[in-house]
Write a protein that binds this ligand. Sequence first.
Ligand code: NAD
Length: 510
Amino acid sequence: MSEATDLLSDHIQHYIGAHHVDSADGDTFDVIDPTTNAAYISCASGKAADIDAAVAAAREAFDHGPWPTMQPRERARVLYAIADEVEKVHAKLAALESFDSGLPIRQAKGQANRAAENFRFFADLIVAQRDETYKMPGRQINYVNRKPKGVAGLITPWNTPFMQESWKLAPALASGCTVVLKPAEFTPASASLWPGIFERAGVPEGVFNLVNGFGETAGDALVKHPDVNLISFTGEAATGRVIFANCAPTMKAMSMELGGKSPAVIFADADVDQALDSTLFGVFSLNGERCTASSRILVERPIYDRFVEAYAERARKIKVGPPSDPDTEIGALVHPEHYDKVMSYIEIGKEEARLVAGGSRPAGLEEGNYLEATVFADVAPTARIFQEEIFGPVVCITPFDTDEEALALANGVDYGLAAYVWTSDVTRAHLFSHAIEAGMVWVNSHNVRDLRTPFGGVKASGLGHEGGYRSLDFYSDQQAVHIRLGDVHTTRFGATGYADNDLGLGGPSA
Ligand code: NAD
């Protein structure tokens, strides 16, 4: 028996209308241990019939249950209880996440706190929520009537899966929506903690539903379901395009958090030691399987050679090893299919650029999805490894001579998720940040989130921004209600020959 099956039963089910159930057709799939690629657990494989059942449960809870109409304070209490329950299972969550996705246990340990914080944050927001009211003196009073949008379909990826799920579940539930979650098929284990967490926190029946399965079957059925009011999706840009098209016939609201190829631009006047630490962490933490990874480092020519040498030296010392080892800095990539994709980019990179660190399976780790921290230098902007998202522990370093060239390199890809700017010149920091085509910019720092700020990308990195009140706006309809206070001029159509209306139908003047 493996460590993870000590924490789980050996079979993961769906959770529909407060019942743990298998697929209607009994189908299952195997979940793989990334350190051996051996199947270690089976999971129910959802299809359209299971999605139908989950959407029906969510619709019933939305139309007839207490959740959408609860007072914000009451809902916030439940969200706080969810956060407490998440923290109670932090050790189990870290172990499951590390085992299932190959994330180093040290990095998996922070996931429960981040997930819990998402629930507390949105609980606070709904209690403090204000909506606009406008007065036209003596004539009209107009206000926004905020209403939960309905049944939310949430589709999530396999990198830090539990945290990603919480980032959608918290604002959806806070807004009063009911939900159907479809987690990534590579990593279903940690999502199986949600039903217990929600039950113990007092979430009413049917508000949360979970259907496991593949994107092309369960995910597709959720996207196309006529009773689902919105889709919040995080995943690859290519999948986003398919979902975008599939949402069109039923005109669903969509939020898309997609891939990235984010630049870190390091000017010669920066604190280069800090930039070195930060960009090493920025691309090699979370196994490099990180949407906001600084996977293209652009370095000003006078410091380029020194930077590349120091970066490669540090990368060679990064400890790759079993995810459960507390000293491991890079664990095992999530799945053999993904590993093969990353390894194919290494071969492409060897043709396109100068390999200065890594590029191979580490010695002594003969099975499982292990790869050394890999650094390519002198990468041309036309190279595929510069342009395409690799989503593994692989980084490109490219020199530049002027601010204009740095900007052209930074913006010269399809993606626009995050950017990192390193300089001690305040004016340049602002102007360069404003000119970068990225949804989020950090100056002299890696990705440190403030939950109040917008999160999302531009170009191929996404559509719509969540974060803070923007998330609540996405999961709510904002209806404008206009109340007449005084006379409203009405042009009288068809009134020729009539002096006044006198229909004798009642009303204030009758
Ligand atoms: P993916 O697109 O392969 O899958 C994501 C989810 O979509 C999975 O649950 C999958 O089952 C589902 N899916 C696949 N095809 C579908 C379809 N036709 N209809 C409905 N659902 C479908 O992505 P992935 O490989 O799981 O995740 C990695 C990607 O996610 C990377 O590109 C990464 O940059 C991106 N990502 C982005 C952010 C962000 O916030 N911008 C955060 C994390 C990950």
